[in-house]
Design a protein around this ligand. Structure first.
Ligand code: NAD
Length: 254
């Protein structure tokens, strides 16, 4: 299938690592113009230097609405329009709920939920004026089912799903598509840092996935490319698990 993404203009957050880095490479390779954003200046510059094509780096903290707005403004200034707003930056910081501070709770909600609202809020006026636009956001299996120690993160990621469905239904008739990617356990620096706190953590977790391995950033990137393309023109308001079926399985005595 030819996705015909050449010259599409993409804003991508969390572009310096893991899923975002794989998506940056994939969109750039397809010929998209990308505003690649991350809070980590050093890794962002490395990522952009390694990507082929029309890619600009912009350091941004997605918990600050003005910095998210600046990403959309940069896309318009540099490339003249905005086709894809990809709200990917986020992160889980497992903490037992009974000892979690309220500041920590608010930080997790700001990073994983507020940031997505800011991305939608910044992108929508431009996309509505264009009469077209694709919004992608990254949720998590923890937004669909409970994971111990991830109550705040799970609530934020469930909120992402709800926000994205609202955008799809409210603005679908005006050319906007809003779809959500739900990664399973992906072998990214973000997840690996946590898995390595368990004995044999990455390999053991990989064996629990019905597909027999941890996912990769590329697994998400391939799905994101499809969702961003006109081949997915009638897909709107969905949550797509890219998870090797880990979330399809219930616990059993086997
Ligand atoms: P990662 O830690 O490898 O990369 C996340 C990137 O986001 C980093 O480059 C980091 O610098 C950036 N970032 C963090 N805070 C930021 C901020 N305030 N502003 C801008 N950038 C910021 O993580 P990943 O595994 O690639 O995760 C990407 C997304 O996928 C996140 O939303 C995460 O919650 C979600 N997710 C990941 C997994 C997984 O198994 N890896 C599973 C489910 C969901």
């Amino acid at each position: 299938m030819h996705l015909a993404l050449q010259d599409r203009v993409v804003v991508l957050t969390g572009a310096a690592s893991g899923i975002g880095l794989a998506c940056l490479k994939a969109f750039a390779t397809e010929g998209c113009a990308v505003v690649a954003a991350d809070i980590d200046r050093v890794r962002l510059d490395e990522a952009v230097a390694a990507a082929d094509g029309r890619v600009v780096a912009q350091v941004a903290d997605v918990t600050d609405p003005a910095q998210v707005q600046a990403l959309v403004d940069r896309a318009i200034e540099e490339f003249g329009c905005l086709d894809v707003m990809f709200n990917n930056a986020g992160g889980a910081f497992p903490t037992p709920t009974e000892t979690q501070s309220l500041d920590d709770y608010r930080r997790i909600i700001a990073l994983n939920l507020d940031s997505v609202y800011y991305g939608i809020h910044a992108a929508l006026p431009v996309m509505l004026a264009q009469g077209r636009g694709c919004i992608l956001s990254t949720t998590s299996g923890a937004g669909l089912n409970a994971v111990d120690g991830l109550a705040a993160y799970g609530a934020a990621k469930a909120g992402v799903i709800s926000l994205m469905k609202s955008v799809a239904t409210e603005f679908g008739g005006r050319g906007i598509r809003a779809n959500t990617l739900s990664p399973g356990p992906m072998d990214t620096p973000g997840l690996r840092a946590w898995l390595e706190t368990f004995p044999d953590g990455p390999a053991r977790y990989g064996r629990q996935v019905p597909s027999g391995r941890l996912g990769t950033g590329e697994d998400i990137a391939h799905t994101a490319l499809f969702l961003a393309s006109d081949a997915a023109a009638y897909i709107n308001g969905v949550v797509i698990p890219v998870d090797g079926a880990i979330h399809a399985r219930l616990a059993s005595p086997h």
